[in-house]
Design a protein around this ligand. Sequence first.
Ligand code: CIR
Length: 256
Amino acid sequence: MTRIAITRAVSRAIAACELTHLAREPIDLARARAQHARYEEVLRALGCEVRALPEAPGLPDSVFVEDAAVVLDEIAVITRPGAVSRRAETVTVAEALAPLRTLARITAPATLDGGDVLRVGRTLHVGRSGRSNAEGIAQLAACVAPFGYRVAPLALDGCLHLKSAVTAVGPHTLLVQPRWLPEPALDPALERIEVDPDEPFAANALMVGTVVVVAEAHPRTRRRLERRGFEVRAVDVSELAKAEGALTCCSLLIET
Ligand code: CIR
């Protein structure tokens, strides 16, 4: 099995990124790029073949490739991002995915961001957020139904994407920020690890095989994961966090 990670260089325009829940702060481009390069190095060290798309100078949020597609074993669904400024990002992500998967597409008036889609087994949990609408969720469900995936929508409040509130850190384990997850949400049979209350943005962790990649800014949540037996790597993504991005947002992982 080869694990390919599609990434994209940080845009020189990142200072003009979309922001929903954060106040705008200056972003140090050189530092953001160095952190992103380190993120890619960690992916390589974990066995990924990193395919980095060239910088898109006119697309401020284009480093966050996760939002442009939902990649499953059988198909890749190219999204129609909820933010108008992000729609053009999908063109080059689709080109990169075309040799690897059959493509399907979300079309207007539907909107869907990949950050709202959390796969757990054959279930896709999808956040109805400011970015993903009911039509987007319905189109996704139609694309994946032939492959036996169930789509389970849930309304979100207080955070940008579903994966700001919850990510999978193992086949049966979720890392959750309970403040942003409606109760009851997701499968109660799944084991849950809550983020440390002092680290509200820590629920977005990236699972690469059996290793969990977390942000350096969240050492307490890291310790919670380690105490539960997870192998964890930490990466500094503080500049990307100012653009409201985290760990899963910066890659699309594809097994071939
Ligand atoms: C946005 O608001 O779209 C970007 N500034 C951040 C996107 C982060 N993506 C993600 O969490 N999947």
